[in-house]
Design a protein around this ligand. Structure first.
Ligand code: FES
Ligand SMILES: [Fe+2]
Length: 375
């Protein structure tokens, strides 16, 4: 009989990121501990749950931090001519049926598909058709969730105002200055929100992963760049010798080299305001919402300064086509990362990772990772 020494196998598992590192020191947190910290911390922030244009009078499903939600648009009023969006936890208190399978009646009430109980935007049950005219006690209710609309997105916060960590991240160029914008298609990634933000802010991969669009494969070196931190933002600027994703190659077979002055502002924890990414005097606003501790729904909005581009509508189809070619390899990389959770195993950092390192530090400070166990 052959006896297999288990030690080499443990090393291999370490290398694959599927086993805890064997280095001495505090024991790493378990996946359950990591997820509990990540979900609890994330719950204290506003996250997008849908595009405004996708929420009409019919109920729409969304998931935020493992919580199923139902959204719908209420009837127009003089104060809200396009109708306010309502959000409830998507579970009928009577027999547990998803309310999103129901319908919204003419009064703007959400009716369960099973027995047609009606719920208002505050989650109160206001009609039980099987017992007409009878008093409905207050405890027959669904939990409502705070929602607001801004920058073409519907945002939700699962906790009340007293437990909210910070106000919703804003997109001033769209919300205040009225820049023409395009709200990109929504994407579901099988990856952790923190890893997506880190990838979006990772300067070192441009010239490797994106050479078929803006990446310049001739310039891999990353110059040092300073990182600035405020309470809720992390910023840096970087001039990158980018290629035009849609330019025709010249006689030498290469597309012309230009320069993109990337201006990053991470709005903690999961929104990124990125200046000039889609052209000079433009902003690409990327916000990912954690649908669970290890999955995300990505929203993005591109806006252009009318002083340079005029007031006309954005050519969304062209922008979407280019961005699709950039998001695709990013999605593949993030979904391939192991461990899936950003703080589950030690990773090495170099100077050009400064923005990502600052981001991880901020996430730790904000409680997105549990303290290392000392058992
Ligand atoms: S299950 Fe919803 S009304 Fe009965
Ligand atoms: Fe990328």
């Amino acid at each position: 009989m052959t006896v297999v020494d288990p030690a080499p196998l443990a090393d291999l598992l370490d290398a694959a990121g599927t086993a805890p590192a064997a280095a001495p020191g505090p024991a790493p947190a378990t996946d359950a501990e990591l997820d509990a910290a990540f979900l609890a911390a994330s719950a204290r922030y506003w996250h997008p749950v849908a595009r405004s244009a996708d929420v009409g009078v019919a109920p729409v499903r969304a998931v935020l931090l493992d919580v199923p939600l139902v959204l719908w648009r209420r009837p127009a009023t003089p104060e809200h001519p396009s109708g306010q969006v309502a959000a409830l936890v998507d579970r009928c208190p009577h027999r547990g049926v998803p309310l999103s399978d129901g319908q919204v009646d003419d009064a703007g009430l959400l009716r369960c598909p099973y027995h047609s109980w009606a719920f208002d935007a505050a989650g109160r049950c206001v009609d039980i058709p099987q017992q007409p005219g009878q008093h409905i006690p207050d405890f027959i209710a669904v939990r409502s969730v705070r929602v607001t609309e801004a920058a073409g997105l519907v945002w939700a916060c699962l906790v009340d105002e007293a437990h909210e960590a910070r106000p919703r991240p804003r997109f001033p160029e769209v919300e205040d200055a009225g820049w023409p914008c395009y709200v990109g298609t929504v994407q579901d990634w099988n990856g952790q929100a923190a890893r997506q933000v880190e990838n979006f802010c990772d300067i070192g991969h441009f010239s490797v992963l994106h050479t078929d669009t803006f990446g310049n494969g001739d310039v891999l070196a990353v110059d040092p760049y300073p990182v600035r931190r405020t309470a809720w933002t992390i910023e840096c600027d970087y001039r990158y010798p980018s290629l035009d994703p849609v330019a025709e190659p010249g006689p030498d077979g290469r597309r012309p080299v230009g320069e993109t002055f990337f201006r990053y502002r991470i709005e903690l924890p999961f929104a990124v305001w990125l200046g000039n990414a889609i052209g000079p005097d433009s902003v690409l606003f990327s916000v990912c919402a954690p649908t669970s501790a290890t999955t995300l729904r990505l929203f993005w909005v591109g806006a252009y300064d009318p002083a340079r581009y005029g007031d006309g509508p954005v050519d969304g189809a062209s922008l979407q086509a280019v961005e699709d070619r950039i998001w695709a390899p990013d999605k593949a990389v993030v979904e391939s990362q192991r461990p899936a959770r950003v703080f589950a195993a030690p990773e090495v950092h170099r100077g050009f990772d400064a923005l990502g390192v600052a981001y991880r530090k901020a996430l730790r400070e904000l409680g997105f990772a549990p303290p290392a166990r000392r058992d």
